[in-house]
Design a protein around this ligand. Sequence first.
Ligand SMILES: [Cu+2]
Length: 1017
Amino acid sequence: MALTHQTRETSPRNNFRLRATTALTAALASLQLLLTLPAGAKEDDSIAAQNVYIARESPVPGIIAEELPLDIVPARAVETALEGGYTGTKADAGEDLNHYNIVLNGKIDIPSGAKPSPLFGATPFAQQMLRYEEFGPVPLGAEASVLPGPDFPSPPDAESGPSASALDSFLNQFITPSLALPHPFPTREANDPDNGGSEENPWKPQIESFLGRPLVTPPAEGRPPGEDWAHQRFTEFYPEAYVNTFQGLARPNGGARDALQFHQYKAGEWAPGKLYHNTAGIPETAGTTAGIPVQFHPDFPVQDPLALWTFDGTFPPKLLSVRYGEPILMRHYNGLPIDPAANFGFGLHTLSTHEHNGHNPAESDGFTQAFFFPGQFYDYRWPMVLAGHDTLPAGDPRASTPTGDPRVGASLDLGNRYIRGDWHETMSSHWFHDHMLDFTAQNVYKGNAATMNYYSSIDRGNEAVNDDVNLRLPSGTALNWGNRDYDINLTVADKAWDEDGQLFFNIFSIDGFLGDQLLANWLWKPYLDVRARRYRFRILNGSVSRYLRLALVEKVIGSGGELSGPPGSDISYNRVPFHMVANDGNIMEHAVAFDGGSSVAGFENRKGILPSQAIGERYDIVVDFAQFAPDTKLYMVNLLEHRNGKRPKQEIPLAEVLSGHYHERSSEPADQPVPDAEGYDTDPAVSRFLELRVHAYPDTDQSMDPANFVAGKQTMIPLPSFTQEEVDNAIHRTFEFGRSGGTDEEPFTIKISGGPGFSADPRRLSASTTKSGAEIWHLESSSGGYSHPIHIHFEEGQILRRDGKAPPEWEKWARKDLYRLGHLDDSGSSIDVILRFREFVGSFMEHCHNTQHEDHAMLLRWDIENPGQVRVMPTPLPTWDGVGYVPSYALPTFRTGDPEGDNANASEPLNVSDSSGLLMLSNGTPFRTFLAIQHEEHATLLRWDSENPGPVRLPTPPPATGDGVGDVPSIAVSAAPPGTVVEAVAVDVPEPSTLMMLSSGAAFLTFLAARRRRDRG
Ligand SMILES: [Cu+2]
C-alpha cells in the first residue's frame, strides 16, 4: 500500500528531472554491481543472477532502478485484493476438509477431492438448452450529450451485491434510448482522480466501512492510470459500439436485454411460434429471458447468489456479437462483494477480463495484474481490426465487413465496407473470461465466461448473401447480418455441486479440478430443438482442467444401428459425420470431414468423433440434420476419460459408452454411473450430455456445403503466409513447461530459452517482440505426468511441427491459439509455432490453460514493443486506492530469444559492426545519452527512434548527464536512416562488463546485454 501512496504524492515529470542524473548514475552503479555478480557464475546459480534489470525512466516517481533490490522478489499483487480480514482462500480455509479420500480407495478422483454431485432425481434430457443471450451493443453517443446519470448502484453491506431492481434499472439506461451515453464518459486514459480523471469509486463509503480505513481518492475506473495503459490509438479506433455489463451475484434474469437481441424475438426462428422464441421452454419465457433463474436443472436448487458470479448475474450465459471495422467499448463493472470472504468458498472479487484471442491492445487484453475492484469499472476497448491493418490498405473485397444494421426491422442492407488489413487473419468464434492473477480457474468456473462472435463479410451470419465473399455458413436470413437461427454457441464444461446442490470448487486441487457433471451452456443434460437442415456449432471447452473428445450419434429404435445401446434397451446408435470448419475461432483453409474417409499424416478423420479439445479450444463444426427424419434424436457424447486433473487418461470406445459397458456398475440411464460410498469407478463425464431433437425444415437451406471446401476443392480462408526470409530471420524462443524449481504451493514453472524454471511473476518480462517481426516459439513439456494446453495471447500461430512431424489436417489448415503439450496421440512434447506481431504493443501473457496450473504459477509475461524501444513497460500494482506501478525486470534473453545454437535457424542480430568511433545517428548526430549494459563479450543495442516514439516518453528536457560517465569504449553502430525503425544491432566490444553512458539532446538509449552461449564458436 505504501508503494501506491508514495506514487501519489509526487509529480512524475518534475521528480524525474530533478533526480535523473543521480538516478542514472546510481542505476549504473547498481547495474555494475549486478553485472559483476554473475561473472564466472553458473547459469542456474540464482534467479537474481539470471535477471538483468533494465534501466528505465519510470512514469511513477520514486520507483526507479536505483531502488530495486538486487534480490528482487516477485510482486504478485493478490494481497491487495484480499485486504480486510478473512479471504475465503486457502490462506484461511484451514485443512482440505472436503477431501473425500477416494483416491486412496483406488477410485477415480472426480469430482476432485469431493463427493459426487447429487442429481435430485432429475431426468436427463428433459429441460430445454438455453441459447446464449446477446449483450446487444448500442451506438456510443457523443460525450457532449452526456448528462450525469445514476452511479453504479451500491450494495447494502460488504457481503452482498446491489439489489436486482437497482441493477436492472442501471442496465436499462443503456438500453432505452438505444444510444449509450455512459457516465462517466469513456476516456483515453483511465478515469482516475489522481491522474486527471473526475470520478471516484461510488462504493467508497461501503468499502471504507469494511476496510476500517479511509480510501485515498479511489478511482472509478480500475484500469491502470496514465499513458502506459491509455487506450492505444484511441482516436483512430474510437469506439462506435458500446456495451455495459457487470459481474454480479446470481439472480433471476429481469429480461433487461430482451430488446437488445438483434432478433428481439420477432425474426426468423426467434419469432413467435418458431423454434427458439421460447427461451427456456416453459410458458413464462415466451419471447423473454425474464424469470430465468440461475439453476442447472429445474429439479435442482436455485444457486445461491454467492455461488455463481455471472455477467449481469444472470442466465442465460452471454454472447457479444461484433463486426470488424466497428471498434467496441465494453464497460465491465465489478458488482461483487467487497468482502473477499463472501465467496461461497471459492472465487475472488477482483477481475481482469481477457478477450481470448482478440487482436487487441494490451490495456484491453486482461493482463493478469491489471485487475479491478468491486464498485469499479474497467473500459475494455476492442478495435476490431484485421491483423495487418498497418501494412495492407483497404481494397480487397474479402477484407470487409457488413454495412447494415443487424437489428430486426432495419432496412435491407446487405452491403460490405472494405477495411484495412489481411483478410486471411479474419477471426470468428471467440470468448472472453476472467484472467485474475492466481484465481482464473475459480472465477471462470464461477461464471466469468462469455462468448463472442466476430462477424465479417466472409462470415457475416447471413447464409443468403451470395456475393462471392460470404462463405454462407449456416446462420439464417432474417437479419442483415448476425443471424443465429442455425448457428449455436455451445459451451461444454464440467461442474460439481455440493449436497445442497450449490456449485462447488475444491481450492486445494492444484493439479487440476474436475467436475463429475458435464454441462451444456451451464445446464445439466438439456435438449435442443433443431431443424432438418445444416447447423453450425461453435463448441467451446470451458472447463478448468478437463479435456474433451466429443462424438455425435443418432439414436435408432431397434437394433439396426451400428453400435448397440444398453442390453435389452432396443436402442442402437449410428455415428453422425460432420465437418470441422474452424479451429480456435479461425475458419480453416479447408473443411475437414470427420467421416472416417481419409487418413492424413497418420491421423484418421474418424467418423462422428472430434479430436482432443483442451481447455479453451474452440471447434466450429457443421452438421447436416437434413439426413434425419423429424423426431429423430441425436446425442453429443464425451469419450475422453480423466482419472484426475493432471491430464486426460484415455479415450473410451464409443461402443462401450453407448452400451453402458464402460459404466459397469451403472443403473439406468446406462451412461450415468451411480457412485457408491467410495465414489465413482469410472469418469461420470464420459457420457451423453446433450440431446438434439430434429424438427422438419419447411424452407430451403441456403448455407454452404462444407464438402465443397475440403482439401483439393475450394478454400475457405487460406492461411496467412510467411516468406522464407521471415522464417530464416525469425527470432526463436523456447518455453519449457514443467515443475523444475517449483514449490508445493507454486509447483508449475516455465523455463525460458534454457534458463531456470520460473514461477509466474507479472514483473518478470520473459520475452519482448517487436510489432513487425515473425518469431518461432518452441513449446516443450518436461513434466511427464501432466498435460499442458498452452495459450499464447494476442496472435494466432501456425503449428510448424509437433514432435518433429506435420500436424494433422485439422491443424494443418488452421491457425491456433492453444497448443496441446502432453499425453494423447494428438498432443506432443514439443510444438513449434510461427507467429507474427503487429499493430499494438504492451504486456501480454502465455500460460497453461489448465487454469489450475496457470493459477499455480505456470504463466509468463511477454511484451510487444515498438521497434527500437528502450524502455520496459512498468508493472501495474492495483489496490483499492488506485493502481500504482513498479518497475519490471527482464530476463537477459528477453529481446534476443534463444541463445545462438539452441535451435536451428536461430536468428543472428543484424548489422554487426565493431569499427571504432562514437555512436552516431545516420544523420551524423552523435548519441549523447544512453545507458549501456555490457555483458560478457557481446551485447545487443536497441535504439529508440525519435521519428517513431510510440508509447515511449522521453524526459523533457533530457537528463543533463555528463558525457563519458563510466568507461566508454569505442563503439560504432551502423545506424538506420532517419525516421526508420531500428533493428537490433549486435556489437562486439573488447571488455566484458563495461558500462557506458553518453548524453544527447535527442535520445535516451538503453544498451542491452544479450547473454550469449559461452560455448559459442
Ligand atoms: Cu498445465
